[in-house]
Design a binder for this molecule. Structure first.
Ligand code: PHE
Ligand code: ZN
Length: 881
């Protein structure tokens, strides 16, 4: 990999710090433009470090007011300031000393939303990964754990609320209309978990009694008047706390747990100790304004942040290369929680769709990196779906390999052995090995080798000997792996499905280690013989998606159709159906490109028809089956020389055909499905809405009955139905009068609700076709658009570049230029969000020539911009390398 900046940080360069910070006393005197931060650090030189070794503290965009050691001001030759911090070279002979630093910062000017910033007139912090250094000079690295005491002082009227981590130990009034509060957090923590919030919000309160009897006060802070909309978040929090006790034995460890919702936030939410800060779209919900997906997201993210209290906070990361230690594990935990709260197979299918949509393309493109990277130049760019989602898959594979019981023992050991530590992936793996005796050396390659492994499969049935042979060959192609690729340990869950649909038994197996229903693929090639298989089976592979790999089974459409009907694993059934549909969609795309007529296969339509009419299947599952692979899914499968217009046309025609064939049943089912009234956000009702709204889209395809969608829209008593109907209108009939009317009704109804207006922006950004760019440009100039609000930018520009393949990839390349210009503009305000935005172009090389040439030109011209942030530069350099 080539980097021009040469500032890469390497895992192999990790060294423990020369100094520790035993205790931090912070005092904030809040002011919109001139906040003073006084930090008193109890420093300790580490054992074995030479007396006088320079102390280098991180700092970013700080104004140093004063600095003193043991109460004596440092003279100017005692330290050296740089753009990255301060180096102190006159240190006392004692190994312990206090360092007092006063800095001045301007929260109002902080548009990066890292460090201390303003949101809706309030003060808020974000410190992960390296935001604390924008507040004061510090050893801003996750292996420096310290006990924080924080005094906050501010105006009593404008900031009545003064919050930080831990417990409030003192508060009171001051002169000049000001007041103060003191917070003490007894748990040593790294600076990235520090948080402060000061402002004026309303609160929803509840209580939780932990299983050992600790009474915990729960508080969720939201804008005044919106307290009732935090009820679902509170309910999710209580369920998470209970679940973590029951399933992981993890109990909460402070007397108070607070969540603050803010509308300007770079990410989803942040797990600061005892004081989570949330993007308000993942807190606020009611039937009128939140979709079922919003409810599910809130439940998942509330759980995720809460679960970090043990996996992230009590046990944190030694360095940022270990990010997946807390994120992969915590995502795995929140997935399991949601699966327990909802339908496990439906949840698993959604996870795998997400993994394929985001992580697989990342792993196949220029931004690929191992789950545990070995180098970075900007850590913000490594909060990726590889670290999070693939990291979670790796944890899931641990469980598949060592079994439920083994997993439990390993996690118990991990909590016991590493509580209070800043740990590494090696520590984590060691717990699995020590608790179960398993040898996980080969398995640990999952953390080190980028790229999605592929399994090629051939099968053969020898009738005379009742022997079923499975040949499996693994391979790994990656754009970033150089040198030798080593074979991985891949757990493949399987079943031998007999003609009646039941799993067949076998009397013996050779050629691979097969335990229970898992084949352990470890060699480049396996020839596996199952003996005593009485009938010819169809093999079902990768049940439950037991490993994040791609798989090419050599099999006929009829076998896929058979599995789609009979596999006893619901995930595998869906997978077989998707593979069947994918073959069709690829063929159709090919036909469109070569000017041939597109035909949908009767077999696919028949299966979809059967699923649609099968009332023993969950509605949510039926809806997932009826949605077919997306345009992006098809593009990914095709892999190169992609023409998004051809994909769109092919997919539309196949869907139109299917909808017409099944019309009568679609209409009958639509009429019959009755979601509960009044609205309940539970998974069952959500599934019914999802099926009904998917069917609505298909009926409108078949009939062109825009009226029906308009009626669905105006009759809706909840946001799911309203937003889904609006999508059907906008995406299928963008020019219809009904659509214009619905869009305007929606806008007028929710103009004062930013979270809902984001949906209005997103839906319009995704209207396919050549006119999309002008529409998006227009919207970006409207008064209600703001470049400073990440949610709004993501809703409009993110949805356009990621969710509108035909509009964004317009053949004349203007979409690429627009995104690059938008990135440049945003980079001056918020580099972290700008860098994420431009990752939408990571797969540019896969486009057909004309488009990829335009994309390259746009990317190069962005790279030549004079003042690029490290964030955007890093993404661009890797994208173009
Ligand atoms: N640690 C947060 C989470 O996944 C994500 C985050 C990263 C938030 C960086 C803000 C900044 O739970
Ligand atoms: Zn997380």
């Amino acid at each position: 990999m080539r980097t021009q900046t040469g500032t890469a940080i390497l895992l192999e360069d990790y060294r423990p710090s020369d100094y520790q910070i035993d205790k931090v006393d912070l005092a904030f005197s809040l002011d919109a433009q001139e906040t003073l931060v006084t930090s008193i650090l109890s420093m300790r030189r580490a054992e074995g470090v030479a007396e006088g070794a320079p102390l280098v503290l991180h700092g970013d965009e700080l104004e140093l007011v004063s600095i003193a050691i043991n109460d004596t001001a440092l003279s100017e030759d005692g330290y050296e300031l740089s753009a990255d911090g301060i180096s102190i070279n006159k240190l006392p002979a004692n190994d312990v000393f206090t360092l007092k630093i006063v800095t001045r910062i301007n929260p109002t000017a902080n548009k990066k939303l890292m460090g201390l910033y303003r949101t809706s007139g309030n003060f808020c912090t974000q410190c992960e990964a390296e935001g604390f250094r924008r507040i004061t000079y510090y050893l801003d690295r996750p292996d420096i754990l310290s006990v924080f005491t924080v005094r906050i002082e501010g105006d009593s009227k404008t900031v009545p609320l003064l919050l930080s981590n831990g417990n409030c130990t003192d508060k009171g009034a001051l002169e000049n209309g000001r007041h103060f509060a003191v917070w003490h957090d007894p748990h040593p923590k790294p600076a990235y978990l520090f948080a402060l919030f000061a402002g004026d919000l309303g609160v929803l309160k509840d209580r939780f009694k932990t299983r050992s009897g600790r009474d915990v006060t729960l508080e969720i802070y939201v804008e005044h008047g919106k307290e009732p909309r935090a009820a679902y978040a509170m309910d999710s929090l209580i369920r998470s706390m209970k679940w973590d006790e029951e399933v992981y034995g993890c109990e909460y460890d402070l007397d108070i747990f607070m969540i603050v919702a803010v509308s300007d936030f770079n990410m989803g939410a942040m797990e600061n100790k005892g004081l989570n800060v949330f993007n308000d779209k993942y807190v606020l919900a009611d039937p009128e304004t939140a979709t079922d997906q919003d409810y599910a997201n809130i439940e998942a993210i509330i759980a995720h942040e809460y679960f970090h209290n043990w996996t992230g906070n009590r046990i944190t990361c030694r360095d940022w290369f270990q990010l997946c230690l807390k994120e992969g594990l915590t995502v795995y935990r929140d997935h399991s929680f949601s699966a327990d709260m909802r339908s496990a197979p439906v949840k698993r299918i959604a996870e795998v769709r997400g993994l394929r949509a985001h992580q697989f393309p990342e792993d196949a493109g220029p931004l690929a990196h191992p789950v545990r990277p070995r180098r970075y130049s900007e850590i913000n760019n490594f909060y990726t779906s590889t670290v999070y989602e693939k990291g979670s898959e790796v944890v899931g594979m641990f469980k598949t390999i060592v079994g439920e019981e083994g997993y439990k023992r390993a996690l118990d050991l991990y909590f016991e052995r590493h509580d209070g530590d800043a740990a590494t992936i090696e520590d984590f793996i060691k717990c699995f090995e020590d608790a179960t005796g398993a040898d996980l050396k080969q398995f640990s390659l999952w953390y080190d080798q980028a790229g999605t492994p592929n399994l090629a499969i051939e099968t053969n049935y020898d009738e005379a000997h009742k022997r079923f042979t499975v040949n499996i060959a693994q391979s790994l192609k990656s754009s970033v792996v150089t040198g030798d690729v080593e074979p991985m340990h891949i757990p493949v869950r399987f079943g031998l499905v007999g003609p009646q649909g039941n799993d067949l038994a076998y009397s013996g197996v050779t050629g691979a280690d097969v335990t229970g229903d898992v084949i352990h693929v470890r060699e480049p090639k396996h020839s596996i013989h199952f003996e005593g298989v009485e009938q010819e089976p169809v093999i079902s592979l990768l049940r439950g998606f037991s490993a994040p790999v791609t798989i090419i089974p050599e099999r006929a459409d009829s076998e896929l159709a058979f599995l789609a009907r009979h596999d006893n694993d619901e995930f595998a059934r869906w997978e077989a159906l998707s593979s069947l549909a994918m073959r069709q969609l690829r063929q159709a795309t090919h036909d469109v490109e070569s000017g041939k007529a597109v035909k949908s296969s009767p077999e696919l339509t028949t299966i979809l028809y059967e699923i649609l009419s099968d009332e023993t299947l969950e509605p949510a599952y039926r809806a997932l089956c009826l949605s077919l692979p997306s345009e992006a899914d098809i593009a990914r499968e095709i892999g190169s020389d992609i023409n998004p217009d051809a994909i769109y046309t092919a997919r539309s025609q196949i869907l139109d055909d299917i909808a017409k064939e099944c019309l009568a049943t679609l209409q009958a089912t639509y009429a019959k499905l009755n979601p509960a009234k009044p609205f309940v956000p539970d998974a069952t009702s959500a599934g019914i809405r999802s099926l009904r709204n998917t069917i609505l889209g298909l009926i409108v395809r078949a009939t062109g009955d825009v009226e029906l969608a308009a009626k669905h829209f105006s009759n809706a008593d909840n946001m799911t139905d309203r937003a889904d109907a609006l999508s059907v209108l906008a995406l299928q009939a963008p020019d219809a009068e009904e659509t214009a009317l619905a869009l305007e009704t929606f806008r007028a109804g929710y103009a004062d609700n930013p979270i809902v207006m984001d949906k209005w922006f997103a839906i319009q950004a995704m209207i396919p076709g050549g006119g999309a760019l002008e529409r998006v440009e227009q919207l970006s100039k409207s008064d209600s658009f703001s470049w400073e609000n990440p949610n709004r930018v993501r809703a409009l520009i993110g949805s356009f570049s990621v969710g509108n393949p035909t509009g964004f990839n317009r053949a004349d390349g203007v979409g690429y230029r627009f995104l690059c210009d938008a990135t440049a503009r945003l980079d001056d305000i918020n580099p972290q969000v700008a860098a994420r935005l431009i990752t939408a172009m990571r797969s540019w090389r896969n486009l057909e020539k004309k488009r990829s040439d335009f994309a390259l030109e746009a990317l190069k011209s962005l790279l030549s911009k004079e003042k690029l942030s490290r964030d955007v530069r890093d993404i661009l350099e890797r994208t173009l390398a």
